[in-house]
Design a protein around this ligand. Sequence first.
Ligand SMILES: *Cc1c(COP(=O)(O)O)cnc(C)c1O
Length: 369
Amino acid sequence: MANIPFLDLKQSYLELKDDLDATFQRVMHSGWYILGEELQTFESEFADYCGVKYCIGVGNGLDALHLILRAMDIGNGDEVLVPSNTFIATWLAVSYAGAIPVPVEPDEKTYNMDPARIEAAITKKTKAIMPVHLYGQPADMDPILEIAGRYQLKVIEDAAQAHGARYKGKRTGGLGDAAGFSFYPGKNLGAFGDGGAVTTNDSMLAEKVRSLRNYGSQIKYVHDVKGINSRLDEMQAALLRVKLRHLDEWNARRLKLVECYRRCLTGVDVLLPKTPPGFDSVFHLFVIRTTRREALQSELKKAGIETLIHYPTPPHKQGAYGLMKAIDLPIAERLSQEVLSLPMGPHLSVDMADEAAQQIRRILESHLT
Ligand SMILES: *Cc1c(COP(=O)(O)O)cnc(C)c1O
């Protein structure tokens, strides 16, 4: 029987062990652990990588998005358009700022916010659109920016799954007014703990986020606004600098697996993700669709192949958004019942992906499902 894990995080450590261990030692010996040189250097390296002027390291991806909204003075009673089929953190960032998340359904083929459905969701209270580059594939930003321009709305990228992805040649992180990244360990650029960042070309916004992440303070013991404590620490920043140097290569490895999945699953009765020309996904996840998901997942498990579901319950059906469960979001609901994420990561071999795909073919072509 195969033993194919969904994602083996320890392999990222082992591949870069010498470099990471030396970095760990360097930070420990520095005697400086919060808001220091490692963070500053990481911020400038990650800003360069994304092709933006500013990067502000924060505690996690949720805080990155929440602090962007606060810095834009979006809050009480304001509405922010979010995808109906995203991870709940996108919505929570809006709620935490005091604003209301207003769901927009996705294009079923790309899984991303459908620009054709945005205008119908705009009201007098709408202040921003927060597209997610879901599963690593950029949202269709041009029409989103065009609508935002016409209605004078801010555009905030939730880039938590899309480090290094490109839209028409331009990296995510610099496609809207600001972007929030997560460095949760399983993300394409993952820390060894929690971490996140805001990227933007807007110097005023950058200064506000810089203050908000540090108790609302720019000068020690001077507090102009009620900020929070959400800082990317020196250890995580230093370790991320090591991993950032490998991000492009590791993303390229994901693409090799995608080629294998696409090749091996051609002709099999599943829907494969669509990546239109000009959309360079970094495949945080490779998500297929089938109406026989439960059976397929359990048969794959019996064959030693681990798969996950992103996400089994859309945010509006969660207890946290109890009052919204009555609203009708049929696409998000259907996707939540049919999507299946196949093993994916920079340390999965093409042979393993091939084996997983062969098993999918065998299961779906037999009478097992
Ligand atoms: C991971 C993720 C977040 C939140 O990031 P954390 O660092 O876990 O807080 C937000 N949005 C999306 C789409 C994510 O995948």
